[in-house]
Design a protein around this ligand. Sequence first.
Ligand SMILES: [Zn+2]
Length: 154
Amino acid sequence: MKSVKRKCSRCGNPGLHAKKRPAVRTVAGHSFKASVPALVCDSCGAVYFNGPALGDFDLAVANKLARAGVSDGEAIKFMRKAVGLPAVTLAELLDTSPETVSRWERGVSHIDRAAFAILAGIVTERADDRSDTLERLRALRHPTRLGQMVQIDA
Ligand SMILES: [Zn+2]
């Protein structure tokens, strides 16, 4: 059992242990559970999850939502946040307005299929450490100038 030099902020116990602890996220009526790395105080039982581990968990949840095609507002917002995209940035990338993204996320209107497919693609790629779709969307906003003759390295 690994002991970590960090004090329990609840009881002052100086040695926290790295363990896995259950975490649950409920999004759009579905609860997702996982065993997530955390620091645990053996004296008072306090559990401290770290940001990156929770970020990975959120990304895994978003990936499930994306792959299952869960497209209601809460799921859209969760997916966008899991990949760290501000609403304004997502709107720019999808060539729509921040108001439209806000309407999707509040459930006022339903996201169109093409936009969902793009957002879901961004999420599933991120879970796979890739960013092809994001790079393509950014290239569309700021195209690279291609010369008339382009060398392809085969
Ligand atoms: Zn404690």
